[in-house]
Design a protein around this ligand. Structure first.
Ligand SMILES: [Zn+2]
Length: 424
C-alpha cells in the first residue's frame, strides 16, 4: 500500500538544480515532493513514515534519452547468425544492422524490448527516449513504469510504400500514449528518407503536435551524402537496400541546414548524435530550442568522431545522454555512459555537466521536466538510491558519480513513490 506521507533519508541527496545536501531528507506527500533539505531543517507532520537509506546517495532516476530497447538481444542475434566480426566502417555497421534485423522474426522484438526495460530500470533509469521500428511491440510499454517518449521509426524512398506507412503511423499516433510513454515519430535520418517523405513527416508532426526524433549529423559519410550525394552511403548502402536508382541530386547542405530547411529544427525535435556540427550549427540549434542527445560510446565504437560538447554548452544547447542500442553499445546503463563520457569529453565538460545531462537535461529533451529529472517541491516522487561500499567526501561526489562501477550500486528505484526494482 502506498504511504500517504514518507520521509526518505540518505547521507547525500542530489537535487540537481541546487548543490548536494549532506544528511539529506526528502519529504513526500501523496506521491509528490513536499520538501527537501537537511534532515534537521525538514519538518514533517506526525504520522510520517521514515525510510532511512543510511550511507547512500539519493538522486533523480537517470534519463536514457536515446535508445532502441527492441534491439536489446542484438548481440545474441548477431552471434546466432555468425556475425561476430566488428564492422570496418559506419556504413558497414548500418548494413550489418539491416542484415540482422531482416533475419530475425520481429516477434522476437517484444521479448527483447521487455528485457531492455528491465535492464534499464536495474541501472537506475526512470525515463527513456526509445525508438521502435516494429510497431506492435508497443504493447510491451503498457505495463512498464518508465516515463518518457516512444518514437516510431520510419524510413524509405519509395513514395507508394511511404504513403502506406504514414497511414499506419497516423492511426497508431492517435493512441497518444503507450503506458506512461508519450508517442512520437522518428524519421530515421536525412539519408534514409526521401526529402519529400521527411517533409511530410515533419509537417504532420508539427500540425498534430507529435514529438520528433532524428539521427542527425552522426557520421562524415552522412555529411558527404548531403553535400554531394556521393560516398559510401550513395554507392554501397543504397545498392545494398536496392535504392541505386533513387540517389537524389546533390542537396549541397550540411545536416543541420538540411533539417532546418524542412522545418525540422524546433523545440519538439530531438537531435540524436550531433557529432558532425560546427560552432554556428550549435548556435542555430540553441536558437531553435532543440535538444541534442549525445551517445559517446556508440560514436566511439563506430568511429564517427566526437561531438563538440564545449561548443554546445557555450551556445546554451540543452544536452542529454543516450546509450543508443545494444547494436553499438556494451550496456544500456546511463551510469556506464556517464563514466565513458567523463574521459571521452575530458576537459570539454565537467562531471556536474554530465550528471545534469543524464537527469534534468534528458527530462527536458523528452518534455517531462516538471515531473522527473530533479528533486524539487511539487515534482513527482521519482528517485534512485546508490549504495556504494564507501562514500566519498561531499566535494568529490560529482567525480565519484562519473567514475566506473556505479551501475552495480543502484539499490533502489522509486517511480511514483513506489519501489520498482524486484531485487531490492
Ligand atoms: Zn539510434
Amino acid at each position: 500500500m502506498q504511504r500517504a506521507m514518507t520521509l526518505y533519508l540518505a547521507r547525500y541527496i542530489l537535487p540537481i538544480n541546487r548543490p548536494p545536501i549532506e544528511d539529506g531528507a526528502l519529504f513526500v506527500r501523496e506521491g509528490r515532493i513536499g520538501a527537501i533539505g537537511r534532515r534537521k531543517e525538514v519538518e514533517v507532520p506526525a504520522g510520517t513514515t521514515v525510510v532511512d537509506f543510511g550511507d547512500a546517495v539519493l538522486l533523480p532516476p537517470l534519463v536514457n534519452a536515446h535508445t532502441h530497447l527492441e534491439l536489446t538481444h542484438f548481440p545474441l542475434w548477431a552471434r546466432n547468425l555468425g556475425e561476430i566480426e566488428d564492422s570496418r566502417s559506419f556504413v558497414d555497421w548500418v548494413k550489418k544492422v539491416i542484415r540482422i534485423k531482416r533475419a530475425v522474426d520481429p516477434k522476437q522484438y517484444a521479448y527483447s524490448l521487455d528485457e531492455g526495460i528491465r535492464a534499464s530500470m536495474k541501472a537506475g533509469t526512470g525515463a527513456i527516449g526509445d525508438i521502435l521500428s516494429w510497431f506492435p511491440a508497443r504493447s510491451v510499454y503498457r505495463t512498464a513504469p518508465l516515463f518518457g517518449r516512444a518514437f516510431f521509426e520510419t524510413l524509405g524512398r519509395d513514395p507508394e510504400r511511404n504513403r502506406r506507412i504514414l497511414r499506419t503511423l497516423k492511426k497508431i499516433l492517435r493512441e497518444g500514449q503507450a503506458g506512461q510513454l508519450e508517442l512520437g515519430v522518428s524519421p530515421h535520418s536525412p539519408y534514409t528518407l526521401s526529402a519529400e517523405y521527411l517533409e511530410e513527416i515533419i509537417d504532420y508532426a508539427r500540425r498534430q503536435r507529435v514529438p520528433l526524433a532524428i539521427h542527425l549529423a552522426e557520421s562524415a559519410e552522412e555529411v558527404d551524402f548531403l553535400r554531394e550525394s556521393r560516398g559510401s552511403i550513395a554507392t554501397d548502402l543504397f545498392a545494398f537496400v536496392g535504392w541505386s536508382d533513387m540517389v537524389p541530386p546533390a542537396p549541397r547542405r550540411d545536416p543541420v541546414s538540411y533539417l532546418a530547411e524542412r522545418n525540422g529544427l524546433h523545440s519538439d525535435c530531438l537531435l540524436v548524435h550531433g557529432v558532425q556540427v560546427e560552432q554556428p550549427d550549435c548556435e542555430k540549434i540553441a536558437a531553435a530550442g532543440a535538444s541534442v542527445v549525445l551517445c559517446p560510446r556508440s560514436n566511439a565504437r563506430l568511429g564517427v568522431g566526437k561531438a563538440p560538447v564545449a561548443d554546445y554548452l557555450a551556445a546554451g544547447v540543452n544536452l542529454a545522454l543516450g546509450t543508443d542500442s545494444r547494436a553499438s553499445s556494451e550496456t544500456l546503463s546511463v551510469w556506464d555512459e556517464i563514466a565513458f563520457a567523463r574521459s571521452w569529453f575530458a576537459q570539454q565538460s565537467s562531471a556536474s555537466d554530465l550528471i545534469r545531462m543524464a537527469t534534468a537535461g534528458g527530462a527536458r529533451a523528452l518534455g517531462i521536466s516538471g515531473e522527473i529529472g530533479a528533486l524539487e517541491p511539487r515534482m513527482g516522487a521519482h528517485f534512485q538510491v546508490l549504495s556504494p561500499p564507501r562514500l566519498p567526501e561531499l566535494q568529490k561526489l560529482d567525480e565519484f558519480l562519473c567514475s566506473a562501477g556505479r551501475t552495480a550500486e543502484v539499490s533502489h528505484l522509486y517511480l511514483r513513490n513506489r519501489e520498482v526494482l524486484q531485487t531490492a
